[in-house]
Design a protein around this ligand. Structure first.
Ligand code: IFM
Length: 469
């Protein structure tokens, strides 16, 4: 960047991103049912880093009053968490009063601390009994999700202004059904895309339920609904072949445009569906689905950004499991890696994708709904006050991303805010507590005690002044 963009607009908001299953703990209390993370933890705790399974959370379920205050002290005016479907409803789909009461208290305490709670409805946490009925491949489960969303709108509609249907809806199809990394460890491309399609319908039904609830006065008139995805700006090698560009088209189509088209136009990208069909992948469509998807248009979008996608033409059209392959990874020689996570650090990607959205989806308002750096054990160096010395890597990471965001805004991007992922360390799926993201440490050896890290004062200053120092 020749000109440094170091000022964010005055009305730009700063906040934190987290999720229910990664923070609440209390996995068998208050009537919470088993979700798929509990199923996997019960089956094979050894699959989780240091055998820390889904039960762990980060104890926010009991410490939330303190945590919201901590977010406020970091200069954050909002924070996103999720309601756990498996806590809010019982197995008959009825409201679990204890679960509901917990979330009322959680949201009220946020407000008291001056932190606006953003509420997401689904964060990879399928209730186990619904998975046994077919999960996202089943229309019964898609309908059950719409009912869950409507129940949440009815229960919290007067309290919550910012709603989201899904976090990272691309991840479950990939991790559970295609790459075999997460329970139930499948390598089935057809089923992965059916799941992606089922989630798209579920999202659209939930948006429709929201609109109806708002029209009926059940949801407050100023409330908005959105979707959050982890978008990966796609790049290929220099002087690409047509086949490389084709790899970019399909990667972009499945991971990015699928959701962007859904939330702005209420459709799925036809070129992607056509290519899938040519390769024998059929979506489980039914009459009236187009009308359902048409209801999927949102008020704004969350853009989780961690890394770009670098792809090239695949060496083979199918993988070892017989799944179609549309692209393979391209190793960019200049890539800077976060070795703890295996993700490339490329702050400019946030700008490139912002400008793509400004060009192709010019009316869409959005915010950076997750960004952050998870480092293994935070390298565990401490200063004389016992604070983890993370400023040398966490500060430049956030600073560089914020500068590219500021530039994108200066050039017309409709980006309204920034939420940092895991601002207080939290549990992260099968990586558990391996990689720490927080500005605030959680000490697992001492009853989840919180301690600010070196970077905390820096982010608080940036959030207060909107100057990216
Ligand atoms: O922990 C996850 C989160 O649940 C979704 N986005 C990425 C985070 C870091 O891996």
């Amino acid at each position: 960047m020749s000109v440094v963009h170091d000022k964010l607009p005055d009305d730009f908001f700063f906040g934190a991103a987290l999720s229910g299953p990664q923070t609440e703990g209390m996995w068998q209390r208050m009537g919470k049912l088993e979700n798929l993370w509990d199923t996997w933890s019960n089956l094979d705790l050894g699959a989780f880093h240091n055998r820390v399974g889904s039960y762990a959370g980060n104890d926010m379920g009991t410490r939330f009053a303190e945590d919201w205050q901590t977010f406020a002290s970091l200069g954050f005016t909002s924070a996103r968490t999720s309601i756990q479907w498996s806590r809010l409803l019982d197995a008959d789909g009825k409201l679990n009063p204890e679960g509901a009461e917990f979330y009322h208290r959680l949201f009220a305490a946020a407000r008291e601390a001056g932190v606006e709670p953003f509420v997401n409805l689904y964060h990879f946490d399928m209730p186990a009994y619904l998975f046994r009925r077919g999960g996202w491949e089943s229309r019964e489960v898609v309908e059950a999700y719409a009912h869950y969303a409507a129940t949440a709108f009815a229960e919290f509609g007067q309290e919550i202004e910012h709603w989201f249907t899904f976090n990272e809806p691309i991840v479950e199809p990939e991790q559970r059904y295609e790459h075999g990394n997460w329970y139930p460890f499948l390598h089935d491309y057809q089923r992965a895309r059916s799941v992606q399609y089922g989630i798209s319908l579920a999202h659209s039904l939930a948006v429709n339920a929201f609109r109806e609830a708002q029209a009926a006065g059940v949801v407050r008139p100023d409330a908005r609904i959105g979707l959050i995805n982890c978008f990966t700006p796609p790049y290929t090698r220099e002087n690409p072949s047509d086949a490389d560009l084709e790899a970019v088209r399909m990667t972009d189509g499945i991971c990015n445009r699928w959701w962007l088209d859904l939330v702005t136009c209420g459709t799925l990208p036809t070129d992607v569906i056509e290519t899938l069909t040519e390769r024998g992948i059929e979506l489980p469509t039914r009459p009236w689905d187009e009308q359902i998807l048409a209801q999927g248009k949102v008020d704004w979008l969350g853009f989780n950004y961690y890394h770009p996608a670098r792809v090239q033409a695949p060496a083979s059209d199918v993988d070892e499991y017989g799944q179609p392959v549309f692209a393979q990874e391209y190793t960019w020689p200049d890539a800077v890696m976060n070795e703890s996570r295996g993700w490339e650090i490329y702050p400019q990607g946030i700008y490139d994708f912002a400008m793509t959205m400004a060009r192709d989806y010019p009316d869409l308002e959005w915010f950076v709904s997750e960004n952050g750096i998870g480092i293994e054990e935070d390298r565990a160096e401490r200063d004389e006050q016992g604070r983890i010395c993370d400023a040398t890597y966490r500060v430049p990471f956030v600073r560089d991303h914020l500068r590219w965001i500021a530039r994108a805004i200066d050039e017309g991007a409709k980006c309204r805010g920034y939420h940092y992922w895991g601002a207080i360390d939290c549990w992260s799926w099968n990586n558990a507590y391996k990689n720490r993201y927080g500005f605030v440490e959680v000490d697992l050896a001492h009853d989840y005690v919180r301690r600010p890290k070196e970077s905390a004062a820096w982010i608080a200053e940036v959030a207060r002044t909107h100057r990216i120092s």
